[in-house]
Design a protein around this ligand. Structure first.
Ligand SMILES: [Fe+2]
Ligand SMILES: [Fe+2]
Length: 241
């Protein structure tokens, strides 16, 4: 609710374009969920048991919760240097992520659970922390890599959820996928503008930054239609995959 209020206040001209306080290195966290290193997370079964389904939705809710912080940090940390359009775009993203989180928390409650009931993994903020001094690196890793990976994996997950008879869950995932295309597109747009200002190739700079800051593997499947709609053409990943 607080995030959606910030986005609304900005849109309606009730917030100044002023950045006179430093962004925190770590965002505030609720007392729950307990955050565990990825290796210590309980294994999640792929089956359709109620426990497995709750664990799945809980992990998606956690991703969306951290995504709120990622979008707000983008706007607050880099807004002064990047300008008003950038702030507008990433506060819109933040409001979307808050809506996604709300949908998922409500979903968990219909299943008799809630966000915080299970542990969650603490790795999601690391990419943000590592790129806190460089907006190009942040854009390359957060929207253009991590959120783009979301575009890749969501269709198969939607199919699995629908096959289990959960039409409501499948619709939530479709709505999220639609919004995430826009989030990746904002990343690609501002990254492209930065590169063009410096007379550099977005594809080449992206590859350099990914090699430096991304520690996972970029592997198929790729959702090339969603990536193309987000401005992320296949030539970006040439030499990375
Ligand atoms: Fe999201
Ligand atoms: Fe997103």
């Amino acid at each position: 609710m607080a995030t959606r209020k910030v986005a609304r206040d900005w849109r309606q001209g009730r917030m100044e374009f002023a950045f006179d306080c430093a962004m925190p290195d770590q965002p505030a966290r609720p007392a729950h969920p307990e955050l565990l290193p990825p290796a210590q997370m309980p294994r999640r079964s792929k089956g359709g048991s109620q426990r497995g389904r709750i664990a799945l939705w809980h992990s998606v809710a956690h991703i969306e919760f951290v995504a709120i912080d990622l979008a707000l940090d983008m706007a607050g940390r880099f807004g002064a240097e990047m300008g008003r359009d950038f702030v507008s775009d990433f506060l819109w993203v933040a409001a979307d992520e808050a809506m996604h989180f709300a949908l998922l928390d409500r979903k968990l409650r219909t299943m008799g659970s809630y966000y915080g009931a299970l542990p969650a993994h603490d790795g999601l903020w690391q990419a943000a922390h590592e790129t806190r001094h460089d907006v190009a690196a942040r854009l390359a890793i957060v929207p253009m890599m991590l959120e783009a990976r979301g575009l890749d994996v969501t269709p198969a997950m939607t199919d699995r959820v629908r096959a289990l008879g959960d039409e409501n869950g499948a619709r939530i995932l479709e709505r999220i996928l639609d919004d995430e295309i826009r989030h990746v597109r904002f990343g690609t747009k501002h990254f492209g503008e930065l590169c063009r200002t410096n007379d550099e190739s977005p594809q080449e700079i992206w590859q350099i930054l990914v090699r430096k800051h991304f520690h996972g593997a970029l592997k198929p499947p790729f959702n090339d239609s969603a990536r193309a709609a987000a401005g992320l053409s296949r030539d970006f990943r040439a030499g990375i995959v």
